[in-house]
Ligand binder design. Structure first.
Ligand SMILES: CCCCCCCCCC/C=C\CCCCCCCC(=O)SCCNC(=O)CCNC(=O)[C@H](O)C(C)(C)COP(=O)(O)OP(=O)(O)OC[C@H]1O[C@@H](n2cnc3c(N)ncnc32)[C@H](O)[C@@H]1OP(=O)(O)O
Ligand SMILES: Cc1cc2nc3c(=O)[nH]c(=O)nc-3n(C[C@H](O)[C@H](O)[C@H](O)COP(=O)(O)OP(=O)(O)OC[C@H]3O[C@@H](n4cnc5c(N)ncnc54)[C@H](O)[C@@H]3O)c2cc1C
Length: 679
């Protein structure tokens, strides 16, 4: 990105800060900037992010409506399109903007929004790049890269989302014209949900069952032009396209539907890297590359851990923490001034455990992102050996972190009392965006079961081997081999960090063993595999969750070991957060830890006591710990969570701006009440 020295503005306005915040910030015991670097991934990424954010803040084309929470759906969509056009123009003009910079810019231009063109970058382009052959890339990529083609990813249908093999849309090869005919044969086969499909995108990757020479060869990707490049009208020849209507959130996004009625596309619009149909209709495929077609789902799932679970929860926590340091309520000691609500242990327990979780998801999410890019490099070159690991890890972690994050966001809203329920708090918006990610890219029971499927395979392999040497070091399931044939250690309380990681591993191994036994037991009674699998689901899901917890604790522990060499202050606070998250999880799943680690209920009680001690340790650093997330006020969009802590003034301004306050007597009240009473 072109650097502009003149645009260096002060990040935070330190004038007019609530005096309570000034006092809170003075208690800080660690170097905030270092922690920010860890959250971002490096000091370089922190600087990159800040520059990108400044560029957005200083560009008027990216400004929001006076108040985003009062926008109707039409206005929200129009605003997103206006900002998208300015953003895409900028990306086209300044080719030096890197992928990371554009990502950071996008987050701030569209705070807590998935904008209509986002499917173009997150799914359409990656799927095309991964599934098209070289000739197709040469032909299409220049127009995809310069946004002349704006694409979405069309997979889900009204009747099928999870069961991808059950999709009904067909792509039948017609050798007489060298074309595929895309068709929606039933009401339930209408494509439903794709982001940006309703009004915005002009092209799409469409997943459909390929039929040639009378044989159904299964689901394949096709690139399909949907709209005229000049007029933007839907193409003639058999397309009915529209928006699917209002949802829980995503108001600025045109999730859409499309019904294909014998719509024709050239044969070469089938993406032909791993499979192809020749001119005479012969189908050929390279079996080993078959699973590449699921690749973009793996990508987005891996990114959602830091992007939605980590960042979403961290934003809600920032808002709740700042508000808790401003809000005073209830008489703590007779005759004394009301304390800030942060002083109540009940408040601290919720707030600090969610603060800890947000750090864990952020840091583990960053590690997963790095792992994804490392492994995907080989995968794209045709070595798919790491794909099962990456798929299992991204599916389980997407599910676990988002499951925990949405509960955490809601808990943050609740501890803000009545003002948490106001849109002005910013938390309802965060919730509706993050909870969508629990559905898109795969519902969680299904994803956990995918992870469990992989774990059982690893477990079977471990039973047959006594060493882990056959598994590469980056395999998160290596502990299964390591612990299967080794003695369980005696755990000492309070647990050391190393013991914490081993406790999570032992618990996961036990859950995997139990799931395997359950499945084998049902199979032994003569049940068919699919039935035995179905009635083992509760065990299998527990195993997948426990395994995902292993990745969270072990990857953050690895990060802690690095930090230990660098800075004692940051190591201490990060260690407290790590311990708090881990101990709370142990207490929440006490039965599993007691059984797998040979620990006692008394030792669980030691964990409970230790949690209370950690709340006291964390208390002085609470504002600095959320400041370290470094969220600009514009990103949070919250009257309760602003950096300066001037909560009440902002709430009042928000209310004064309510469209209902434009008149003193509302027209509807006049027409339906006063007028009727008069007549
Ligand atoms: C710093 C800068 C960085 C840049 C950051 C970018 C940030 C991006 C952030 C993004 C944020 C927001 C964007 C959001 C946009 C919204 C997008 C929404 C899009 C969608 O929702 S698209 C539709 C998604 N649909 C689904 O997810 C469907 C879910 N269903 C499944 O996945 C199915 O369960 C299924 C896995 C497909 C089952 O199919 P099937 O029955 O055929 O498969 P089996 O169970 O028999 O398994 C077969 C075999 O394949 C393996 N496998 C399954 N899935 C995958 C996979 N994804 N990858 C690899 N392998 C897979 C499975 O394990 C089996 O293997 P085996 O036979 O055991 O060897
Ligand atoms: C905001 C949003 C954006 C989206 N964007 C896109 C997009 O851009 N492109 C696109 O193609 N799709 C998109 N989707 C669709 C999304 O991917 C699907 O909704 C999702 O994969 C779930 O499929 P489904 O809705 O058919 O649920 P179903 O598959 O019907 O599942 C319903 C429930 O049944 C249970 N269930 C189903 N199957 C199983 C099983 N095998 N084992 C155990 N339990 C099961 C689960 O509890 C599940 O929650 C989007 C969805 C949303 C909400």
């Amino acid at each position: 990105m072109k650097q502009d020295e003149t645009m260096k503005v002060k990040r935070y306005d330190d004038t007019n800060v609530n005096p309570d915040f000034v006092a809170e910030r003075k208690k800080c015991t660690f170097n905030i900037e270092l922690l920010t670097n860890i959250i971002d991934g490096s000091s370089y990424l922190t600087e990159t992010r800040r520059q990108a954010q400044l560029a957005v803040l200083n560009n008027e084309s990216f400004s929001n409506l006076p108040d985003r929470y009062y926008a109707s759906r039409d206005e929200a969509y129009a605003q997103n399109i206006r900002k998208s056009a300015a953003y895409i123009k900028l990306l086209k003009e300044d080719k030096s903007i890197s992928r990371a910079e554009s990502y950071f810019m996008q987050c701030l231009i569209f705070p807590n929004e998935v904008p209509p063109f986002s499917l173009h970058t997150t799914m359409f382009t990656p799927t095309f790049e991964s599934m098209a052959d070289e000739e197709q890339k040469k032909l299409w990529m220049p127009r995809i890269e310069n946004y002349e083609i704006l694409g979405t990813y069309i997979q889900t249908e009204m009747g099928h989302g999870t069961n991808v093999r059950g999709l009904e849309t067909t792509a039948t090869f017609d050798p007489s014209t060298d074309e595929f005919i895309i068709h929606s044969p039933t009401l339930t086969s209408i494509k439903w949900w794709p982001g940006g499909l309703g009004k915005t995108c002009n092209c799409a990757i469409v997943m459909a069952s390929l039929i040639t020479n009378g044989r159904n060869e299964g689901i394949h990707p096709f690139i399909v032009q949907l709209r005229d490049f000049e007029t933007h009208e839907p193409l003639k020849g058999g397309l009915t396209i529209g928006d699917i209507g209002t949802k829980l959130g995503f108001h600025g996004m045109d999730n859409g539907f499309v019904k294909f009625d014998q719509f024709r596309i050239p044969r070469r619009n089938m993406l032909m890297k791993s499979a192809k149909v020749t001119r005479d209709g012969t189908y050929q495929k390279e079996k080993k590359l078959e699973k590449l077609k699921y690749g973009s789902m793996v990508f987005v799932r891996a990114m959602l851990v830091f992007n939605q679970a980590g960042q979403g929860l961290a934003q809600a926590v920032t808002i709740a923490a700042r508000y808790s340091c401003v809000r005073r309520q209830s008489e703590y000691a007779p005759g004394q001034e009301e304390p800030h609500i942060i002083e109540y242990q009940a408040q601290q327990h919720i707030l600090f455990t969610e603060l800890a979780a947000s750090y864990i998801f952020y840091i583990a999410g960053n590690k997963l992102r790095e792992l994804y890019f490392t492994m995907n490099y080989d995968i794209q070159k045709g070595d798919l050996s790491d794909l099962p690991e990456l798929h299992a890890l991204s599916a389980g972690l997407k599910a676990l972190t988002l499951d925990e994050a949405v509960v955490g966001i809601e808990r943050c809203r609740l501890i803000c009392g009545g003002h948490g329920y106001s849109a002005a708090s910013g938390i309802p918006k965060i919730y509706t965006e993050v909870v969508a990610a629990c559905t898109y890219e795969g519902v969680h029971p299904v994803l956990y079961l995918q992870t469990a499927r992989y774990l059982l395979k690893v477990y079977q392999a471990a039973l047959l081997s006594s060493s882990a040497s056959s598994l590469p070091d980056n395999q998160s399931s290596k502990y299964i081999f390591r612990h299967l044939h080794s003695e369980r250690p005696r755990f000492h309380f309070p647990l050391s960090f190393v013991e914490i990681v081993e406790a999570f591993e032992r618990r996961a191994l036990m859950c995997i063993e139990k799931a395997s036994k359950k499945l084998d037991g049902l199979l032994a009674t003569g049940r068919p595999h699919h039935e035995a699998w179905n009635y083992s689901a509760c065990y299998l899901i527990r195993a997948a969750k426990a395994h995902s917890h292993v990745y969270l604790t072990s990857s953050v522990h690895e990060q802690l070991e690095t930090v230990r060499q660098e800075d004692a202050g940051v190591y201490t606070v990060l260690g407290q957060l790590f311990e708090l998250y881990a101990l709370k999880s142990i207490v929440d799943h006490a039965v599993e830890f007691i059984e797998s680690c040979g620990i006692t209920t008394d030792q669980i009680n030691i964990c409970i006591e230790r949690i209370e001690a950690l709340l006291l340790n964390i208390r002085p650093n609470v504002l600095p710990l959320v400041d370290a997330f470094d969220f600009p006020d514009r990103l949070l969009g919250s009257a309760l969570g602003c950096y300066d802590g001037n909560v009440y003034q902002r709430l009042y301004e928000y209310a004064l701006n309510s469209p209902l306050n434009k008149s003193t007597v509302n027209v509807a009240y006049f027409v339906y009440y006063i007028a009727i009473n008069i007549s």
